[in-house]
Design a protein around this ligand. Sequence first.
Ligand SMILES: Nc1ncnc2c1ncn2[C@@H]1O[C@H](COP(=O)(O)OP(=O)(O)OP(=O)(O)O)[C@@H](O)[C@H]1O
Ligand SMILES: O=c1ccn([C@@H]2O[C@H](COP(=O)(O)O)[C@@H](O)[C@H]2O)c(=O)[nH]1
Ligand SMILES: [Mg+2]
Length: 223
Amino acid sequence: MPAIEQLPATNRTKPLFSPSDATVIFVLGGPGAGKGTQCANLVRDFGFKHLSAGDLLREEQNRKGSEFGDMIKEYIRNGQIVPMEVTVQLLENAMKSAMDHENKHKFLIDGFPRKMDQALKFEEAVCPSAFTLFFDCPEEVMQQRLLERGKTSGRADDNEESIRKRFKTFEETSMPVVNYYKEQGKVVWVTATAGPDEVYKVTKEKFAERGIVPTSSTTVKSS
Ligand SMILES: Nc1ncnc2c1ncn2[C@@H]1O[C@H](COP(=O)(O)OP(=O)(O)OP(=O)(O)O)[C@@H](O)[C@H]1O
Ligand SMILES: O=c1ccn([C@@H]2O[C@H](COP(=O)(O)O)[C@@H](O)[C@H]2O)c(=O)[nH]1
Ligand SMILES: [Mg+2]
């Protein structure tokens, strides 16, 4: 990728894609709320393309020759939000690739936007969002899940110190984004304390209320 100030999305003031080119659903929730878990269910049943901002950043961090690798590593370990130019560009690149090579046009953008500047820039330069799916979960529950996941995940931020920092960033920086969309009536709110199956059941019900149904339910079975 070019230097940060030369990234194409940075200076664009009209969205590259319109809502008729691509459906974008932002997926938010605290660290460990179950965003990735539920996105996997939605991909399986609804045909979405799942783009996790965290996964794209980790991929860029590990890409040989990336000029952003060291910076990303530090931000992630400290639970801070990487400068938005990098994340917005990674998402734009991934969307383009999915549209061109996989003919996918419906996106779950997981763990993004985590900060107001990202929300505004993405919608200005890449694509307006349809709505935000928000998984609401108490900190104690999320902490338990993350510590459990940390036994095997190998993630540099699944430890007590990083988790504490991630919770702080979530409350101070990411919840204002959820509230911004909530004020516009653009949040689908799901309580995520129960087990994964129950959370998914409620998610599907809320999607159905918006007319979004599993792709398999429209498939005509051949005899
Ligand atoms: N509803 C649930 N009940 C119990 N455990 C869950 C539930 N949803 C997810 N988990 C488990 O909790 C851990 C975190 O889930 P997941 O990775 O989906 O969360 P996340 O919101 O994507 O987290 P992060 O913000 O760190 O990426 C995983 O080990 C997952 O298996
Ligand atoms: O828009 C984003 C999304 C994520 N980050 C950084 O990545 C980690 C991990 O994200 P997960 O969604 O938990 O995989 C997050 O704590 C941030 O440090 C980001 O900077 N910007
Ligand atoms: Mg995740």
